[in-house]
Write a protein that binds this ligand. Structure first.
Ligand SMILES: *Cc1c(COP(=O)(O)O)cnc(C)c1O
Length: 346
């Protein structure tokens, strides 16, 4: 017997592809003379490489960044290998051989990676320089090493640690990147992530690398009126019931109905990204109405108060509020976490 196709899922993730394209164009414009690339690691921050990348390509993006080598394979279905950079770089001969074979561009993050890349036969690469974050990158003191002189470097890059804050570290890293770039023979330079674009065109160089803000994230105030929401998660009601005053709702009976209520059971829980931090003050929404979450979140479900919207019935979809900045403030998760924790059942 062949397995029939599953019925439509009860969780939906609507993507506003127009907003996605507009966000890329806005970030490209804010990048000044630099072109904007796109960070699409972690399956385009949870929204899906297959849905996101074609939209970005159409908008004009030409340089793509992933973290893991396996992610490059998914991306190659949409863009030429030479436009893909792998941020974690080659840690093994096998990874270097994969880059050589496919034409995917490795980001070299250490002298050891430079050696691995050279030993594999080398070719075009990018070089990450550390300017104070101490995460990935060759340190400034290592820039004179012979193994680096032998590399064919397209972009020399660095990464900002605190671009979402008005920290003196931003100016310091900018200065250090300028100095470092004089000691590297790279064709082009790249420094800014989304928040770095918000710091101004001094941070733009030849290429910017926005991720979060493509998907609606607002890490700096001056991006707020240029960036719009992209991801709209929705979940279905699978049961409604009347609950009398004094009755309990959910695990551990932590909620007691203060009055007679109409309560809906909705198909969204921990596995989908509705984490414990949403319980208490959190709410779903429907056409401008707030539907407060009642009691604990269950593994796969929540109970919400629909007393104000009695027209809601089994099968209706309700909204998980996902304007990233306000949701981040409401639930305490970072805007990055909000995107990447959305589960695969959407
Ligand atoms: C993830 C990443 C980016 C994108 O950062 P956002 O803050 O999401 O814009 C840019 N550059 C590097 C090196 C990264 O790892």
């Amino acid at each position: 017997m062949s397995i029939p196709k599953a019925p439509p899922p009860s969780l939906r993730l609507r993507l506003d592809t127009q907003a996605l394209a507009d966000n890329w164009r806005a970030l490209d414009k804010m990048s000044g003379a630099a072109e904007a690339g796109a960070a699409v690691k972690a399956d385009a921050y949870g929204l899906g490489i297959d849905r996101v990348v074609p939209v970005l390509v159409k908008a004009g993006a030409r340089q793509f960044f992933v973290a893991h080598w396996g992610e490059a394979v998914d991306l190659m279905a949409h863009v030429p290998a030479g436009s893909i950079a792998v941020l974690h770089g080659p840690c093994t001969d096998q990874e270097a051989a994969f880059a050589r074979e496919t034409g995917v561009i490795p980001v070299i993050n250490s002298l050891q990676q430079a050696q691995i890349w050279r030993d594999s036969g080398g070719g075009a690469c990018h070089l990450m320089v550390d300017t104070g974050m101490n995460r990935l990158g060759v340190s400034e003191g290592e820039l004179g090493e012979d193994v680096l002189a032998s590399l064919d470097i397209d972009f020399a890059m660095s990464h900002l640690a605190s671009a979402d804050e008005d920290s003196p570290m931003n100016g310091e890293q900018l200065q250090r990147f300028h100095e470092a770039s004089r000691n590297i023979s790279a064709k082009r330079l790249s420094l800014a992530n989304s928040a770095g674009i918000g710091l101004g065109t001094d941070y733009g160089f030849d290429l910017t690398r926005p991720g979060l803000s493509l998907y609606g994230g607002v890490p700096r105030e001056n991006l707020a009126n240029r960036i719009t929401q992209v991801a709209y998660p929705q979940a279905s009601i699978i049961q409604t019931r009347e609950v009398m005053m004094g009755e309990k709702i959910g695990y551990n009976a932590t909620y007691t109905a203060p009055r007679k209520m109409i309560v809906a059971t909705v198909t969204i829980g921990y596995g989908d990204g509705l984490l414990r931090c949403w319980a208490g003050e959190g709410a779903l929404q429907h056409q401008g109405y707030s539907l407060p979450i009642l009691g604990r979140i269950s593994m796969d479900m929540i109970s919400v108060d629909i007393s104000n919207v009695p027209s809601l019935k089994v099968g209706h979809l309700v909204d998980f509020p996902y304007e990233l900045r306000s949701s981040s403030l409401a639930c305490g998760l970072s805007q990055y976490e909000l995107l990447t924790c959305l589960g695969s059942r959407f």
